[in-house]
Ligand binder design. Structure first.
Ligand code: SAM
Length: 180
């Protein structure tokens, strides 16, 4: 066996270990902690949301559980001066988001943090694609920390006790729009 094929085998093995650890951690967090899995929002839905979205020039958008931060990269084109921040607790999506941001030279900030350990009080817009349980927990946090006028946009999963001002429907997809 030459060094090249040994090197390739080691790289494949390392990649396998990284993915295995990622799936085990995801499995644990989804099953035992009730966290949302890493699934990206559909691009056509993001496009529709951003078309509707209004934001002051220097506004702040947070993507909570940003995955690869596709929403923020799309928002950057419409709001070049806004502060766009994604929060993602899981290592692999966080790394993917950082790589995609550097490739697209996007000035988006992605922080590796649990959304329940950050403060929401600077945000003008929150974008979420999470799950029922997380939205329930998030609702209390939004009520406690969200500033008046805060807009919340949630893909597929509504806030349980706040009435949506608008619901965008596209086949099986639903997007809930709220304003505090
Ligand atoms: C359904 S994906 C959505 C990804 C992205 N927002 C999108 O719309 O394409 C949910 C993401 O939230 C992350 N997540 C779930 N719970 C979280 C938490 N408590 N703190 C930070 N990230 C979280 C997951 O790791 C996953 O990447």
């Amino acid at each position: 066996m030459n060094y090249l094929s040994l090197g390739i085998q080691i790289i494949i093995m390392l990649l396998f270990i990284v993915f295995a650890v990622f799936f085990l951690v995801q499995f644990y967090n989804i099953v035992f902690r009730g966290y949302a899995p890493f699934i990206s929002s559909k691009k056509k839905i993001i496009k529709k949301i951003i078309e509707k979205l209004d934001l002051k020039e220097d506004g702040v958008i947070y993507e909570l559980g940003c995955g690869s931060a596709g929403f923020l990269r799309a928002a950057r084109e419409k709001f070049p001066k806004a502060r766009l921040v994604g929060f993602e607790y899981s290592f692999l999506p966080y790394v993917i988001a950082q790589i995609q941001n550097s490739l697209s030279k996007s000035k988006i900030i992605v922080r590796k943090e649990n959304i329940f350990k950050i403060s929401l009080n600077e945000a003008d817009v929150l974008y979420c694609y999470l799950n029922i349980l997380t939205m329930k927990r998030l609702e209390d946090k939004i009520k406690a920390e969200g500033k008046p006028g805060l807009k919340i946009i949630s893909y597929q999963f509504p806030l349980p006790n706040i009435k949506a001002g608008e619901i965008l429907e596209d086949g099986k997809d639903k997007v809930y729009f709220y304003s505090l």
